[in-house]
Design a protein. Sequence first.
Length: 260
Amino acid sequence: MKIKRFGNIEGKTMMLLHGNLMCWRQFEDLIPLLERKFCVYAVSFDGFDGTGETTYTTARDQADKLAAYIEKERDGQLDLLFAESLGCGPAVFLKASPTVQIDRMILNGPEYLDFGVLNRLILKVMPQKQYRTAHEKYMPAWALRFMGQTEQGMQTMLRRIPDHISLESVRATWEAGLYLYRTDFLVQPDAKVACWYGEKEGHMKKAIQRLRTAYPSLIVRCFPGFGHGEIINHPALLVSEMEHFLTDGGTERCAEGSGK
């Protein structure tokens, strides 16, 4: 795992957790806009830190490492945690850590990917396909449809895939995603948590229902016309929304029913 720090060390603190196949560079267009005001920590998870010396294991393991880092570097305090897709798993565990205090958290695109009895078949097929994507930097048309993404938008992400991603790490991230919502989440009635997603991405209705069991005050924000993770390709909009959430918690916009 690698963690890079940017910006004003005296400003409010935020940590950015990337999505699958990505690294801290997923946020490289966002960071220059954030570092003017904030102290920003951008994470590259194990297996995605470009070293070839680490392997992704579980979301809980990543959360434990992040908790230890935040305790050491920030006395256990963060103002905002922003997690994209894969990063939502570690984020949920990190928010529940007794040694860390996170004032606000945004889960962006925490899709419900548990397909029940099909999970084992998916684990036999999908990691190999995604491993190929990591090395060929190519996303097939069916995958674009699944994510609600455009080829142009996806190319921006594909260019940021780090080196030395192993099949073992990819399989572990799939397992983390498929079984995340079987976790007994710690109930946090007063937690200031938002669930964001793009209107074109599916599998969100169950995710929202499940997240509400942990965060009864969950704020839901749907971005019209966007696919999975597409808001990251609009850094000015994303920064504006993040600042809005930090200021007053944000409000629910776009009907929850659009989550398929």
